[in-house]
Write a protein that binds this ligand. Structure first.
Ligand SMILES: C[S@@+](CC[C@H](N)C(=O)[O-])C[C@H]1O[C@@H](n2cnc3c(N)ncnc32)[C@H](O)[C@@H]1O
Length: 282
């Protein structure tokens, strides 16, 4: 079997410097902790209540019990424990451009690699499954990453690319637009979405299918949690407020609006629509 860079220990130390990337910087801001509020994030209000990562592996993502699985753009490694459970004999490779993220990942569960998905330090045809979960929309030129995934997958290997519909969370987009947001597209990234993903994946893969997952929603009972979410997205939203709208005014108006809805209906419901692309290499 071809040797893979990941047969060795981590190919780059998580503290190693990696190429600066504006999309990663943007991602850092997106996931930097908002000032501690003690409140749950809106995602903790997701219904139905279930272990979503386990559910994905039980229903949609097939991992080989042994073999090599690349979690590309793994972040702090949310998928790693569930992947380890379903693929106990597999080599799991946790790869991210932001080296600091990898420090959160248990080295006993996965090999950690600091690298850019557009230049993977892996041999041709060396990987059985690539996971690219909610990450391709951060890559400036997506076809470069897709070509790399195709190169490292063996014949019969599969790429799973998870993303969102541009219509997901439309209730948040409506709030943003109602209270001063100039462009709703600031809320959702069309760079790699359910709508735009197929054409980007077909630049390398001829067998691409999309499954839309629409059976979840965020049923939020605390208006402040919705405000917290806008605060978390401030880096992306504030630059697109219409001229003359101050961030604090936007926040106050949004708080009043959501509070009124929760008083009236008991909850503020945010619909979700995820998309899982499955790309098979012949
Ligand atoms: C939204 S997070 C998703 C993390 C994880 N896959 C999950 O679903 O929980 C996107 C991750 O992609 C990483 N990323 C962005 N551009 C990348 C690139 N060119 N190469 C490797 N990782 C990248 C970011 O650093 C970030 O950790």
């Amino acid at each position: 079997m071809a040797r893979c860079a990941a047969d060795r220990d981590d190919v780059a130390h998580p503290d190693a410097a990696v190429t600066p990337d504006p999309f990663t910087d943007r991602e850092y801001h997106k996931t930097a902790p908002v000032p501690a509020t003690g409140r749950p994030s809106i995602y903790e209000f997701r219904q139905p209540k279930r272990d979503w990562l386990k559910y994905m592996f039980e229903h949609y993502i097939v991992l080989p019990r042994a073999g090599r699985v690349l979690d590309a753009g793994c972040g702090p490694g949310a998928y790693i424990p569930a992947a380890r459970d379903v693929a106990p004999g597999a080599v799991l490779i946790a790869l991210d451009i932001a080296a600091g993220r990898l420090a959160h990942i248990d080295r006993a569960k996965a090999v950690r690699v600091a690298a850019d998905v557009t230049a993977l330090p892996l041999l041709d045809c060396s990987i059985d499954v690539v996971l690219a979960m909610h990450m391709l929309y951060h890559v400036p030129h997506v076809p470069d990453a897709v070509a790399e995934f195709h190169r490292v997958l063996r014949g019969g290997g599969v790429l799973y690319a998870f993303t969102n519909s541009e219509r997901s969370q439309s209730q948040l987009t409506e709030l943003y637009e109602r209270h001063g947001g100039g462009s709703g597209s600031a809320m959702g990234d069309p760079h790699f979405s359910n709508e735009s993903g197929r054409a980007l994946l077909e630049t390398s893969f001829s067998d691409v299918t999309l499954t839309e997952l629409r059976d979840s929603e965020l049923v939020v009972t605390d208006p402040e949690c919705v405000v917290d979410e806008f605060q978390r997205l401030r880096y992306a939203l504030e630059p697109h407020l219409v001229e003359g709208t101050a961030w604090d005014d936007f926040v106050d108006a949004t708080r009043s609006d959501v509070t009124a809805m929760v008083e009236r209906d008991g909850t503020f419901r945010i619909s979700e629509c995820h998309g899982l692309f499955v790309c098979r290499r012949p």
